[in-house]
Write a protein that binds this ligand. Structure first.
Ligand code: 6PG
Length: 251
C-alpha cells in the first residue's frame, strides 16, 4: 500500500516524521518488545534526528528497546564527515545516550565493500535471529530518502545492486560517484512493515513526478523499486518537492 503525505515545508516534514517514528516504535515495542529501525543517510533526515534527540521532552519511548541499523553507508570510517552513521550518532544516538550494543553500523571503513556487506548481513541475521541465507528479516521501520537522480539508499541508476534478488546487503562501486557504497537491497527493504520516503526541496520535484506518475523504469528511477510486499509505504513530501504532482487528486 502506498500513501502520499504533503507538508508545507521541510521542517514540517521533519516534525511529522519524528512523531510518526515514535508512534510506529511504540506499537512495535508493545507487539514485539522491541523496535528495529533502519536509518537513512543524506541531509534530509538530519533535522528529524535532531527533533528525535529532544524526544524525551515530548514523547514517552523506551529508547533502550530500539535497535538502530542503516539502509546504506559510504565507504568511509565512522568519524568521517560523509559517514551516515557519524551523522546520526552526532544528531541522535549520542544525545540520547543510546547503548552501543543497540547500534549496528555498517563498517564503511573496510577496504572491501563486499566484505562490509557480508558482515552486515551476518549482523542482521544475529540480531534478528534469522538464518543469513534465508529470507531477509522484517524491519519495523525503514527510513529512506531520494536523490535528484531517483536513487534511494545507495541503489543508483543502472547499478548492479538494483537486480539483486537474494542478498540483503551488497557493496558496489558506483560509477557516477567514482566511489564505493554499501547498501541494503530491494529484497530486504521490501520486507519491511513500514517504509517512509522523505523527500524535500525543489530540486527533486521533477524526478518525483516521474517516479510516482511516470512509466515504470526502475533501472533509471531506482526509487520505484521501493514497494513493500505486505508493508506500508508513505511518501512524506514538502510543498517544493510535491510541486509537480497534481494537487487535486490522489497520486
Ligand atoms: C545517502 C543516502 C541517499 C540519500 C539521498 C538523498 O547515503 O546519501 O542514503 O540515498 O537519502 O541521496 O540525499 P539528501 O537527503 O541529502 O538530499
Amino acid at each position: 500500500m502506498r500513501a502520499i503525505r504533503r507538508y508545507p515545508d521541510a521542517e514540517a516534514v521533519s516534525r511529522a516524521a519524528a512523531q510518526d517514528l515514535v508512534e510506529v516504535a511504540r506499537a512495535a515495542i508493545v507487539a514485539r518488545g522491541r523496535f528495529c529501525v533502519a536509518l537513512s543517510g543524506g541531509s534530509t533526515p538530519r533535522r528529524m534526528y535532531e527533533i528525535l534527540s529532544e524526544a524525551p521532552r515530548w514523547a514517552r519511548l523506551e529508547w533502550d528497546r530500539v535497535e538502530f541499523f542503516w539502509g546504506d553507508e559510504r565507504a568511509v570510517g565512522p568519524d568521517h564527515a560523509d559517514s551516515n552513521y557519524g551523522a546520526a550518532a552526532a544528531a541522535l544516538l549520542r544525545p540520547l545516550g543510546i547503548a552501543p550494543e543497540r547500534v549496528h553500523r555498517i563498517q564503511g571503513e573496510l577496504p572491501d565493500p563486499e566484505d562490509a556487506a557480508g558482515r552486515y548481513q551476518d549482523e542482521l541475521a544475529r540480531v534478528f535471529a534469522s538464518p543469513a541465507d534465508g529470507l531477509p528479516p522484517i524491519f519495523d521501520l525503514v527510513l529512506l530518502g531520494m536523490g535528484p537522480d531517483g536513487h534511494t539508499a545507495s541503489l543508483f541508476p543502472y547499478s548492479q545492486a538494483l537486480t539483486e534478488r537474494t542478498r540483503w546487503v551488497v557493496g558496489h562501486h558506483v560509477a557516477r560517484l567514482g566511489k564505493a557504497r554499501i547498501t541494503m537491497t530491494p529484497p530486504i527493504l521490501n520486507r519491511a512493515a513500514e517504509v517512509r520516503l522523505l523527500v524535500t526541496g525543489p530540486d527533486k520535484a521533477g524526478v518525483l513526478r516521474e517516479v510516482l506518475l511516470g512509466p515504470r523504469e526502475p533501472e533509471r528511477l531506482p526509487a520505484q523499486l521501493v514497494a513493500p510486499a505486505a508493508g506500508r509505504l508513505v511518501w512524506m513530501l514538502d510543498r517544493a518537492a510535491a510541486a509537480e504532482l497534481p494537487a487535486d487528486r490522489p497520486v
